[in-house]
Design a protein around this ligand. Structure first.
Ligand code: GLN
Length: 307
């Protein structure tokens, strides 16, 4: 089979199976199996694949045609410019969640402590730590850029942001630990049912908790409802279970003026905002994603105002 024949075969099979982005996925799998770039493909598409490559490609196309997510086949997903390992025990990181990370980077300052509740693959926490590191990948956060240019050298360790990630699933934490070590940040990753095993106080609590109403999970596409972990999707009856729990408990774990930042479903902005205001958060703001839908809610906890 030539590369071109393989690519056409892949696209055809995936289209037939009703896969949304058949051509894109057939290409990614071809790239994954052969390591070929788009430019090299066009130069060499009449070249034959090895028997082994053909066999592997066919098996991957077959798996994708049965609606196994692409990322479960390749084992990776890019998020915030970093490559995260994923498997069936974690939610595949979504591009929408980058808005949450960017919102936190905007307020993150050197030396702050961050808690990521329901960390899953660790994509939120690890991106925050990586992008606020004074060395390695280019800091995207203005505070950190200033800090570098102001002193003309890289900042000292105690000024680094420190992070704790929490998940109820030990299998998810294994993935998060692998990502932490691969991407090269320091983070504590602890097993805990919400705040049960958490101690200390934080400057920022960030969370993309499960927020889909149980009844709606049934209506999601196969890739999500059968392959993302149910635990990572299910926000129980009204989808708000975890927001209520996290809003109620986070004041005990926030420093004075600390911030709580959530990703939310497109129709949950106002209700989560209200929950936070009722619990003593101030300046509660809803932020939209690139599609113009409510995506992030954040606010500041003001202990003085409350007590
Ligand atoms: N925090 C992880 C993510 O955003 C996991 C979220 C979840 O499991 N609901 O991908």
């Amino acid at each position: 089979m030539t590369l071109r024949e393989a690519y056409e075969y892949g696209q055809g099979e995936l289209k037939l199976a009703g896969i949304e982005d058949a051509a894109v996925d057939a290409w990614y799998l071809l790239e994954f199996v052969t390591g070929i770039s788009r430019a090299m493909y066009f130069l060499n598409m009449q070249e034959k694949m090895s028997g082994e490559q053909e066999e592997v490609y066919r098996s991957y196309i077959e798996r994708r045609a049965s609606h196994i997510p692409l990322q479960h086949i390749t084992g990776v997903q890019e998020f915030m410019g970093l490559e995260f390992c994923v498997n069936e025990h974690v939610l595949v990181p979504r591009q929408d969640t980058e808005i949450l990370v960017e919102s936190v980077l905007d307020v993150l300052e050197p030396g702050m402590k961050v808690l990521d509740m329901c960390t899953g693959s660790g994509c939120i926490l690890i991106s925050l730590l990586k992008h606020s590191q004074p060395e390695g990948c280019q800091p995207v956060c203005s505070q950190f850029k200033n800090r570098q240019s102001a002193c003309g050298q890289l900042a000292i360790d105690e000024n680094n942001v420190s992070g704790v990630g929490v998940d109820v699933s030990e299998e998810a934490l294994q993935v998060a630990r692998k990502n932490r070590d691969k991407i090269g940040v320091q983070a504590e990753l602890i097993q805990s049912d919400l705040f049960e095993n958490v101690s200390g106080r934080y400057d920022i609590i960030v969370s993309n908790p499960p927020y889909i109403r149980t009844a709606v999970i049934e209506e999601l596409k196969e890739e999500v409802k059968f392959h993302d972990p149910f635990l990572a999707l299910d926000g129980k009856e009204d989808g708000l279970y975890f927001y209520r729990k996290i809003v109620e408990k986070s004041p005990e774990f926030l420093n004075q003026g600390g911030k709580l930042c959530f990703e939310i479903g497109h129709d949950q902005g106002e209700v989560v905002k209200r929950l936070m205001e009722e619990a003593g958060f101030v300046g509660v703001t809803i932020k939209k994603d690139l599609a113009g839908l409510d995506r992030v809610v954040f606010g500041k906890y003001n202990m003085k105002e409350k007590f």
